[in-house]
Write a protein that binds this ligand. Sequence first.
Ligand SMILES: N[C@@H](CCC(=O)N[C@@H](CS)C(=O)NCC(=O)O)C(=O)O
Length: 205
Amino acid sequence: MITIWGRLNSHNVKKVAWAAIEMGVAHRRIDMGGAFGFSDNFRSKNPNLLVPMIEDDSVPGGFALWESNTILRYLADAHAPDWRHGDICARAQAEKWMDWHFDFADLQRGAFLGLIRQGKTAADADVVESRAATVRLARILDAELAQRPFLSGDRFGLADIPMGVYAHTFFALPLDRPSLPNLEDWYAGLTERPGYASTVMIPLT
Ligand SMILES: N[C@@H](CCC(=O)N[C@@H](CS)C(=O)NCC(=O)O)C(=O)O
């Protein structure tokens, strides 16, 4: 059994909660961070005081791990090895998008925080700048997804998860977007996945 520590309105927690469902990993999630604060147990295991963190009680002596993308890789290695590409180049090409998504996340933060948590409007300078920056990166994703159906390659996989979480925010924020047909198709496919619907497609707060 995996315990996922973290509030579900966190993008980084969503990644892990969604991945656990997709991989069929038995798990429970306990709210932590944000308005929930941090327990002494959590503090003793994650000095960053950031979510998510997981604990895997299938490991003798217990195993705690933080850093969302590292958790995704661990879950695949430990519990869903068929999710890992055998081909080193294919794996690297896919993982590139897992690292790249942090750039997208950083640039989208201004629009997300502004519109969802700070009461700003689409005309606010920070929101305008953030929107323009994320649209620029979304065009890169759109071009990539013209070449292959998933960021992971031919089939859905690990590399689709981090960007998939932030893509929902991109499409859910009340902002104008240009036509991005390949990105839109990929996102539409994600919305049909039950794990995505239950963990990612929740109201932005
Ligand atoms: N690099 C870390 C970043 C984690 C992070 O920034 N988590 C945010 C939520 S998305 C957090 O814990 N914020 C403080 C809080 O929730 O109290 C990861 O990928 O896990």
